[in-house]
Design a protein around this ligand. Structure first.
Ligand code: URA
Length: 226
């Protein structure tokens, strides 16, 4: 059971003060009965606001299809952020919604956003070895030998002590490939290709763990059951 005003504010609907007004206006019902007080204790799953059940009560998890040009930080000054693509209400939630890992500004594709701290850890911890699939476009023709090089577990990135874990490269056309990695080092895909003499001109993440972008257009998001 939760206090109604505290529940509405933690889910980003309004401040605790505003909750009093919303309740007074008769917009909130509990188990089908119009709520009388904003400090009453309620079962969150029985609450409706303007006739709608509350959103993502037990934690929010969503897939966002990030377009090129958006940054994955909360900070201003580096261009538009992925958070501008999400409902304003999500930014008012407590705990805050954040991304599980990041994509470069110039990378498009699948990014998970959530307010469930342990999920962020589970998806980004190096030990979890979550599979990420990238569609890569490069500046000059790919060579078949790269498949073994990427699979070798011997690719060294500049200024790093340990080689990259084996990665699966599938060459799909002279200038495109699909790469599956289980790590998440800084600019990893671009740097892996750079280490072999290829410049990545286009990068798109098509899969993260078992999640794909099926049916989610660029700039759009979809809520998932947490
Ligand atoms: N690797 C990169 O180089 N960039 C990304 O955005 C993701 C993986």
């Amino acid at each position: 059971m939760r206090r109604l005003d505290q529940l509405l504010s933690s889910l980003g609907y309004c401040s605790r003060q505003e909750a009093r007004e919303v309740v007074k206006a008769g917009q909130v019902s509990v188990a089908g009965v119009v709520a009388a007080r904003s400090d009453q204790r309620v079962d969150p799953h029985q609450v409706t606001l303007d006739g709608e059940p509350l959103e993502a009560i037990d934690g929010l998890l969503a897939i966002l299809h990030k377009p090129v040009g958006y940054v994955c930080t909360h900070a201003d000054g580096e261009g538009p952020t992925i958070y501008e693509l999400l409902p304003d209400r999500w930014m008012m939630r407590n705990p805050a919604v954040t991304s599980a890992g990041r994509l470069d500004k110039d990378t498009s594709g699948l990014i998970l956003v959530t307010d469930i701290g342990p999920l962020v850890h589970r998806f980004t911890s190096p030990r979890a070895e979550v599979e990420k699939v990238y569609e890569v476009t490069v500046d000059h023709e790919l060579e078949p030998g790269l498949v073994d090089t990427f699979a070798s577990g011997e690719i060294m990135l500049r200024n790093e002590a340990k080689p990259c874990l084996p990665a699966k490269l599938v060459i799909t056309s002279p200038l495109t490939a699909s790469l599956t990695i289980t790590e998440g080092r800084y600019h990893q895909v671009r740097r892996m290709f750079a280490s072999q003499g290829w410049h990545v001109t286009g990068l798109h993440r098509s899969r993260f763990a078992d999640y794909t972008l099926d049916g989610i257009d660029e700039g759009e998001w979809r809520l998932l059951p947490p």
